[in-house]
Design a protein around this ligand. Structure first.
Ligand code: MG
Length: 334
């Protein structure tokens, strides 16, 4: 559980122009899990969608600060082709310079066998695979049909299994797709079955364009459950395009899911870019879960301070509402 935000002396006093930090005692809600695993995607999914480039030193400091704040899983980068994702072109240097972090999972996204081989050479122990529920996004994202990409992932998963490496499968476009419109839950089921059959231990359901609403979330998790895919095998990955990411996450938790993807500071959601479709901000998630008395092990204040630091590096404010609110209260901030 995080400590309350402690205002510095004088903060919040009448006439100072600052308001005291208020945090209410946790109040639970029926149907929620006692603990949630936060799968931090900021350094990978967040930074790959930022318009600017960030130095490897800044990325290393970011990852260390995220871990120091209590995050136990940080997806650190992607071994995509550097031309395809220039923001993460320093992946090999970054991975080779990561300090030992005992007990902390540091998965790396690998889009193909070549990326997997690079991961193995770097000593990576856990990989994630970017599958898609739809044909159109598979072609747009990886230049392959859905079945071709799944066949390539199966090769990666088999080799990872031989090495005892954990494999996570992302399923993008689980609810809507910009080319195909609404996505049939049965399409998600088909991809989920393939990913589990090839050895994925966890599937992350992605609402890549952020169109889902809570009823659709519950329906998809129920359809998957009816097809033999248990909530314990799932994570959720929501985008806040329509302001629904947190509502959708809470519904997923009430449907039995206990792993949530989130991005520190809402990284990847640039308020000045044409598409402000960022990931759920980790701080917004933590404000809700702390208030609900759900344990995450992450210190909200330390995380918000990290996001404020990174916002300074990026030269723009965090889009997270929680980071913005805490910024007005944390010491040293106006
Ligand atoms: Mg994302």
């Amino acid at each position: 559980m995080t400590e309350p935000v402690a205002p510095s002396p004088g903060e919040g006093a009448p006439g100072t122009g600052r308001r005291a930090a208020v945090r209410c005692a946790p109040v639970g809600l029926a149907g929620l899990p006692e603990r949630v695993t936060v799968y931090e995607v900021g350094p990978r999914d967040g930074l790959q969608n930022e318009p600017g480039l960030v130095s490897v030193e800044t990325k290393l400091e970011l990852i260390e600060r995220l871990v120091a704040a209590g995050l136990g899983v940080v997806e650190v980068t992607s071994l995509a082709r550097p031309e395809a994702v220039p923001q993460l072109a320093d992946a090999e240097e970054l991975i080779s310079r990561l300090p030992p972090m005992p007990g902390v999972r540091q998965p790396v996204l690998v889009p193909n066998l070549r990326g997997f081989e690079r991961a193995v050479a770097l000593g990576v122990r856990e990989v994630s695979l970017p599958a898609s529920a739809t044909e159109s996004f598979a072609r747009a994202n990886l230049g392959r049909s859905r079945s071709e990409s799944l066949a390539a992932f199966a090769q990666v998963a088999r080799r990872a299994g031989e090495r005892g490496m954990a494999v996570r499968g992302y399923i993008s476009m689980c609810f809507g797709d910009p080319w195909e419109g609404e996505v049939d839950p049965d399409e998600v089921v088909a991809v989920a079955h393939e990913l589990l059959a090839m050895g994925c231990r966890e599937l992350s359901l992605g609402d890549t364009i952020g169109v889902a609403t809570p009823g659709a979330v519950r329906r998809l998790i129920e359809v998957l459950g009816g097809a033999g895919v248990a909530p314990s095998q799932l994570a959720v990955h929501f985008h806040d395009t329509y302001g629904q990411a947190l509502a959708n996450t809470l519904e997923a938790l009430r449907s039995g899911v206990t792993t949530v993807d989130a991005s520190a500071g809402g990284l990847g959601g640039c308020p000045f870019a044409k598409s402000a479709s960022g990931n759920l901000a980790t701080e917004d998630l933590l404000w809700a879960l702390d208030g609900l008395g759900v344990w995450t092990g992450v210190d909200l204040v330390a995380l918000a301070q990290t996001s404020l630091w990174l916002a300074g590096q990026l030269g723009r404010p965090s889009p997270s509402r929680t980071v913005q609110a805490l910024a007005r209260q944390l010491p040293g901030r106006a």
